[in-house]
Design a protein around this ligand. Structure first.
Ligand code: 6PG
Length: 234
């Protein structure tokens, strides 16, 4: 696991965008990338949009999502909706498969898993998965104390969540840890003061109490900014 420090969110976002550019250019055939939700990825999406369609072989890139809220795609909380506004529409992208948050969650999770197995392969080894981390150490929608954290066989599940970080009691659709571990490259983008206190635990001893500490794979890298890194050893 690698940790790279950057000055601020802008620099973290530029680094994330550059990773996608380099990895997509170096690939052949379809390039399957899973986007993260929340607010951190917005700036990376905007940077990718500003680079234009020639920055990378977008015609070979297929967009997926690592998690989704159980809301319709046009809801302000939709992770797909955020990506549509900041990346898909500006670049007029057409190759994507969204998690259908408006459906019955277990059905939506099962449909997405079937689609992944058909399009990406079995096991579905993503070329790149972007993740974030919440102030409670969750990643994707793997929140501390929720059933999905312990899932060992399925790739996508619905996950009951009751957390102030998730705006109370809800259900999410999420990649599982085996799915994340199967990816060729994983990049976690973490920035801002609300991550400072949890980051030492996320980068420390793996614990289900801090699900992001359980992220593993052949090439996992954390892109963090100086504020989030403040409580890490120098
Ligand atoms: C979600 C995300 C989630 C996110 C973290 C960090 O659906 O909310 O996928 O895992 O990455 O909550 O969110 P911020 O980037 O907004 O801090």
């Amino acid at each position: 696991m690698k940790v790279q420090r950057f000055k601020d969110l802008e620099a973290v976002s530029r680094a994330g965008a550059e990773e996608l550019v380099q990895l997509a250019r170096a690939s052949n055939g379809p390039f399957h990338v899973a986007l993260s939700g929340g607010s951190t990825p917005k700036r990376m999406h905007e940077i990718l949009a500003s680079m234009g369609r020639d920055a990378l072989p977008w015609e070979r890139v297929v967009l997926w999502w690592g998690d989704e809220r159980t809301v319709p795609p046009d809801h302000p909380d939709s992770n797909f909706g955020m990506a549509k506004r900041t990346l898909i529409d500006p670049l007029k992208l057409t190759r994507y498969f969204r998690m259908e948050g408006e459906k019955d969650p277990p059905v939506a999770a099962d449909d997405y898993q079937k689609r992944l197995l058909a399009e990406v392969g079995s096991p579905p080894a993503f070329d790149l998965i972007f993740l974030g981390m919440g102030p409670d150490g969750h990643t994707a929608s793997l929140f501390p104390g929720t059933p999905a954290v312990g899932e060992k066989t399925r790739w996508v599940v619905s996950n009951p969540v009751d957390s102030p970080v998730a705006k109370g009691k809800t259900v999410r659709i999420t990649f599982t840890l085996p799915m994340i571990a199967a990816a060729k490259h994983v990049r976690l983008l973490v920035a801002g003061p609300d991550k400072t206190h949890i980051l030492p635990r996320a980068l420390g001893t793996p614990s289900p109490e801090v699900p992001s500490s359980l992220v593993r794979g052949p090439d996992v890298a954390w892109f963090i900014d100086e504020v989030a890194a403040e409580e890490l050893p120098a």
